[in-house]
Design a protein around this ligand. Structure first.
Ligand code: ADP
Ligand code: MG
Length: 401
């Protein structure tokens, strides 16, 4: 079975289509700080509107934990969507399941996660929620790539309740990720960073036999340094993962994979934008002026050079997770160097992850300087890990096709 695409839904003129988008954008004081996911949702919606369908858009935003919370309202996102589509968008407050059916061309319902059934562990509850959502249309288009690894009502059950197909964004994301897993052009380099250390360690296991080079930055680098026997002060550390990481280091060696762990890091006195900081050798973190209180917040310049060189010389690069706390300009250099190197790749460069995508944009890189910026961090990692993705399976896709 292959992914069912929009064409499989037939002529949609005059029908109302429910579209699951991933409009989970970062917000600060009600302002969208990176509208990448809203922009990524536009092609499918435009295609449906051009086919003279009307659409009801559904999405989650943040983790309101099953109760209405104005902080997580989709209203500002609906406004931005209207600007990008250049069409009137009706936002329906309240809860998605109880909303009146839309009448205009584009209706956006309130945050799906205001209802606990969206993410319920009980399949019956999810099914009931999906049935309520299904009342908003006669067909379902799944286009929230960032959630395809989740068995949630609007992703999994809804695709079974209505005739369903994948939207253009999911189809595009999938075709890029397949290029990473099926005969990638070599050298193939994967760069990992960010803060969700234990989430990301799993992907290393699967990638080791597949890549030529693996670069370790961000919060997870300290678990690697600890695995090499170095003290890391107050840096992010998952001590219970040290044995697993030691095993990765051993396997990389055995497989002939170049696994680069930083040789220098930027250590700070505290976790703050204006914290005093200095660059030290990776095996001497506690030798900085901050002693055992030092916190590693970025890779050092020598490491950034080595990473940039490895990346720029590769034909395929996948990058997930910032190299440091890029939100603080003093600790953004490593992330900036890596982003720059990705723009120089002769071949396919892919950036995956919400914060990674936001990082390249806030650091001033245009989207088109990369081969692809994925809207899904967890989803793209789980894809690379070879895990089953319920939100794709339910659309007819099978791993290994
Ligand atoms: P993504 O969303 O791209 O998958 P993550 O959510 O895993 O990435 O991680 C992003 C966060 O990681 C950023 O907010 C960044 O500040 C943080 N980070 C990077 N390096 C470090 C570090 N050394 N210590 C603490 N946090 C870090
Ligand atoms: Mg993130």
């Amino acid at each position: 079975m292959t992914l069912r695409t929009l064409d499989s839904l037939g002529d949609l003129a005059g029908t109302r289509v429910v579209v699951r988008c991933d409009l989970n954008v970062p917000l600060q004081d009600g302002e969208i700080t990176d509208d990448g996911r809203v922009r990524a949702s536009v092609p499918t919606l435009t295609r449906l509107l051009d086919a003279r369908a009307t659409v009801t858009v559904i999405s989650h935003l943040g983790r309101p934990d099953g109760t209405p919370n104005p902080k997580y309202s989709l209203e500002p996102v609906a406004r931005r969507l209207g600007e990008l589509l250049d069409r009137p968008v009706t936002f329906v407050p309240g809860t998605a399941a109880d909303a009146e059916p839309g009448s205009g061309p584009v209706t956006v319902l309130e945050n799906l996660r205001f209802d606990p059934r969206e993410t319920s562990k009980d399949a019956g509850e999810r099914r009931a929620y999906a049935e309520a959502l299904a009342a908003h249309g006669t067909a379902f288009v799944s286009d929230g790539f960032g959630v395809v690894h989740r068995e949630q009502a609007s992703v999994y059950e809804l695709a079974q309740v209505l005739p369903s197909a994948a939207g253009l964004l999911i189809a595009e994301e999938l075709s890029v990720l397949e290029r990473l897993t099926e005969r990638p052009e070599r050298p193939y380099t994967v760069v990992l960073g960010g803060s969700k250390v234990s989430d990301k360690l799993g992907v290393i296991d699967h990638l080791l036999p597949r890549v030529d080079t693996l670069l370790i930055g961000g919060g997870m680098l300290f678990t690697f340094l600890a695995a090499q026997g170095h003290a890391v002060g107050k840096s992010l550390l998952e001590a219970d993962r040290i044995p697993v990481v030691q095993e990765y280091l051993r396997r990389a060696d055995e497989l002939g994979v170049t696994l680069l762990v930083p040789t220098d890091v930027v250590v700070a006195a505290s976790f703050a934008a204006d914290a005093a900081h200095e660059t030290v050798a990776a095996d001497a973190i506690e030798g900085s002026s901050f002693g055992a209180d030092g916190i590693g917040l970025d890779i050092g310049p020598a490491t950034a050079d080595a990473f940039a060189e490895a990346i720029a010389g590769s034909r395929t690069v996948f990058w997930n997770g910032p190299m440091g706390v890029f939100e603080f300009p003093a600790f953004a250099n490593g992330t900036k160097r890596v982003a720059e190197a990705l723009t120089e790749v002769q071949g396919l460069s892919v950036v995956g992850g919400g914060d990674s995508a936001a990082a390249v944009r806030t650091l001033g890189f245009a989207d088109d300087r990369f081969g692809h910026i994925s809207t899904g961090g967890g989803a793209s990692l789980e894809f690379l890990e070879g895990k089953r993705l319920p939100g794709l399976e339910v659309l007819g896709w099978e791993a290994g096709e």
